[in-house]
Design a protein around this ligand. Structure first.
Ligand SMILES: Nc1nc(=O)c2c([nH]1)NC[C@@H]1CN(c3ccc(C(=O)N[C@@H](CCC(=O)O)C(=O)O)cc3)C=[N+]21
Length: 296
């Protein structure tokens, strides 16, 4: 009989994000007591995509829970790029708004890059602008890309050693994989391999990973045979899959086949309850930082 050992640690992103939110709530209360400006986040949502609506609702709920002010700005998916740019300009110049995000995806007639670059980088609390992307390699970065920052925070709080380790990142998007790879190198001192859609024989890389991080958005991409015994596995995928077998009619799935991979892992993030809540915690932290920067 072959015995399989199965004692992995679940990385509880929900708990860590709740801890971070408690720290933020405390700092907001202190600012309030000192008559300092309360952080104000604005959220721009274009169209009525169901998944986007859920994510945005989570962000609004989180703002309320830590005591931030917030503004929701909603536009029809027929809005022109030019008009949307004008609204962004307005928010850029609105002194009461400390940080804002434009929820993605945008309708195909609007250029994500053009919109992103229009956002003032000191209000870019998603950390999506080229300037904030580049600031990852600066000694004094201001606003870190939110999802990768959340991942680094999880690794820190679970004492995962990254220095000299081989980290393999699947996915090279500018909001997750690319900045994450840079942070693992710059702050984590890891040896980083970036895999993407042109990578041949993905498994040959993933099997060599001490830390495997995936940010693709394809449920079931990472199977048990692709993971080394004892690896740390971080699942950044969030795909909404629909089906009658789910109580709500849909469910959020990561990239990792959790049941097959978890028994081989030393630590692993679940989806939901892993990286997702950390993205929101980072967004709040960035909004607080942006406020403290403008009104110390
Ligand atoms: N400008 C912009 N900024 C974003 O940060 C951004 C975006 N656009 N577009 C879409 C993606 C996706 N995203 C998620 C955030 C939180 C959860 C999250 O909290 N997930 C929960 C579950 C949520 C649920 O079950 O409804 C969890 O994983 O436990 C998931 C996904 C942010 N994104």
């Amino acid at each position: 009989m072959v015995e399989t050992k199965s004692n992995y640690t679940l990385i509880d992103g929900k708990k860590v994000s709740a801890d971070i939110k408690a720290e933020i709530t405390q700092r907001v209360a202190e600012r309030k007591a000192q008559n300092k400006k309360i952080p104000h986040l604005a959220i721009i949502l274009v169209g009525d995509d169901g998944a986007s609506q859920t994510y945005v609702d989570n962000k609004v709920k989180s703002c309320k829970s830590v005591g931030f002010h917030y503004t929701m700005m909603r536009f029809a998916d027929t809005i022109s790029e030019e008009k949307l740019m004008k609204h962004i300009d307005h928010v850029n110049n609105d002194d009461d708004v400390d940080g804002f995000i434009v929820q993605l995806p945008l309708p195909p007639h609007i250029s994500v890059e053009k919109i992103t670059e229009k956002i003032r980088s000191d209000k870019d609390v998603d950390g999506f602008t080229n300037q904030n992307f580049g600031s990852i390699i600066s000694k004094n970065p201001l606003l870190m890309p939110a999802t990768p920052f959340g991942v680094m925070e999880l690794l820190r709080r679970y004492n995962v050693q990254t220095e000299g380790k081989h980290a393999v990142v699947i996915g090279a998007s500018r909001i997750a994989g690319a900045p994450l790879s840079m942070m693992l190198t710059e702050q984590g001192h890891a040896t980083v391999t970036i895999c993407h859609k042109y990578t041949k024989d993905l498994a040959s890389y993933t099997r060599a990973a001490d830390i495997l991080l995936t940010a693709v958005g394809r449920p079931g991409l990472v199977t048990g045979d692709m993971v080394k015994e004892g690896a740390v596995v971080i699942d950044i995928g969030t795909t909404r899959v629909e089906g009658p077998e789910y109580p709500k009619g849909w469910a959020i799935k990561g990239d990792v086949d959790f049941d097959a991979v978890a028994p081989k892992a030393s630590l692993i993030t679940p989806v939901p309850g892993g990286v997702g809540p950390m993205t929101i915690a980072s967004l709040l932290l960035n909004t607080l930082k942006a406020t403290e920067f403008r009104y110390p």
